[in-house]
Design a protein around this ligand. Structure first.
Ligand code: SF4
Ligand code: SF4
Length: 385
């Protein structure tokens, strides 16, 4: 017995696939499945988070609908994966946010933007809020640096703490130990697989999205989003070092490192999410989990708006619109930070964890003796292949 219908269905499909094994070269899910004879809820959540939703195993499957076996692995694992975010959320009381996630994220974003806009209007003289501010410290005439650091630092660290707690629950549920996280070989392999989005290529030809013609577009948009996000993070970290170590206050000239990193990251984080939203609209309904659609759209739209307002701020920072755009940008960034543990953002964390586990299991399979494999805690190693 499993906790949900989606887990029941995933168990049924994994049992069918374990007899067939036609798709074992497509991604990490099938080799990981083959290491098991039976599937606990934790195993299925692990496999679901290992799946990159490339769609290849649906297109290639001889048992997909209208066949009576009704095998649809991408859709079923998407359902399990989306449910898993709710199971592992911290604190548990906030799990209902995942029920109507699109609405919840949109409301929080709107509230956050409204709070920053009207709050800054209330505390600032209109001549300051809607005047032209230039030179070092221009942004801090609208909101002091200490207030910004306090508000955004608190939101960011809360989000990190909540995601660590969620990850702990995921890690325990899939039966993993702390030692696996300290295994540098497995972690390094997972990092390489993540950075290359290795399993989003449908086993080589590309991802299946709207039809049975594979392309690399979804992988490209994911890459732009992923690297755009990290470039923006690097821009913020560099600006913090400039402020505290060099005593240099923002805004910085266009050629300075924080601006260059932020501009490149912002462009990636506009094109990537826009492409992903387009791909989601076009996606074959057979491949998607309808219940998770609003969550995916809300998260991607949030990323898009954070970066769009960031780029607008760069363009308009020396005009009377700076105060308004700064309030909008900070509103979206704050909304993004506090919803990180309660949005699709968590998929990256659980997937990375699943890739670490898979790297460990794969190495164990190539160990010369079963005892070594057992020592690594791999179930049914060797016996399953
Ligand atoms: S998805 Fe279909 S073809 Fe692929 S392993 Fe499962 S049953 Fe076989
Ligand atoms: S959708 Fe792609 S990544 Fe997911 S199980 Fe199928 S082949 Fe693997």
């Amino acid at each position: 017995m499993h906790a949900t219908k989606a887990l029941e269905e995933a168990d049924r499909l994994m049992t069918v696939c374990n007899s067939c094994r036609y798709c074992e070269g497509l991604c990490a899910v099938f080799p990981a499945m083959e290491m098991r004879r039976a599937f606990t809820d934790g195993d299925l959540n692990y496999l679901a988070n290992l799946c990159h939703s490339c769609g290849a195993c649906y297109t290639d499957c001889q048992f997909s609908p209208p066949h009576e076996f009704n095998v649809n692995v991408p859709q079923t694992l998407a359902k399990v994966r989306n449910d898993s975010y709710k199971f592992y959320v911290w604190p548990r009381a906030l799990a209902p946010i995942f029920e109507r996630n699109g609405l919840a994220i949109s409301l929080i974003a709107a509230l956050s933007v409204g709070l920053f806009f009207f709050g800054l209007m209330a505390i600032n003289d209109p001549a300051v809020m809607f005047g032209v501010q230039t030179g070092p410290g221009a942004f801090y005439r609208i909101m002091s640096h200490n207030a910004m650091a306090g508000v955004f630092g608190a939101a960011f660290f809360y989000a990190i703490a909540a995601m660590i707690m969620g990850f702990r629950m995921f890690w325990r549920d899939i039966g993993e130990t702390r030692e696996t996280l300290t295994n540098s070989v497995s972690v390094w392999q997972a990092m390489k697989d993540t950075m290359a989005l290795r399993y989003l290529d449908g086993g080589g030809p590309g991802c299946f999205n709207e039809d049975d013609r594979p392309t690399d577009r979804r992988r490209l948009y994911h890459h732009l989003t992923f690297y755009g996000f990290f470039l923006c993070l690097a821009a913020t970290s560099t600006a913090t070092l400039y402020h505290y170590l060099l005593g240099m206050q923002a805004p910085y000239p266009w050629y300075d490192l924080p601006v260059v990193l932020g501009t490149l990251g912002g462009i990636g984080l506009v094109i990537g999410p826009a492409g992903l939203m387009w791909a989601k609209v076009k996606r074959d309904p057979a491949l998607r989990d309808e219940n998770g659609r609003s969550m995916e759209m809300a998260f991607t739209a949030m990323l898009f708006l954070v970066s769009l307002t960031g780029l607008l701020l760069l363009v308009l920072r020396a005009t009377p619109a700076m105060g308004t755009v700064l309030a909008l940008h900070m509103g979206f960034v704050f909304g993004f930070f506090i919803t990180m543990p309660y949005s699709k953002f968590v998929h990256g964390i659980y997937r990375f964890g699943a890739l670490i586990r898979y790297a460990k299991e794969r190495r164990a399979l190539h160990e010369p003796t079963p005892s070594k494999a057992r020592a690594l805690g791999v179930p049914d190693a060797k016996a399953g292949i």
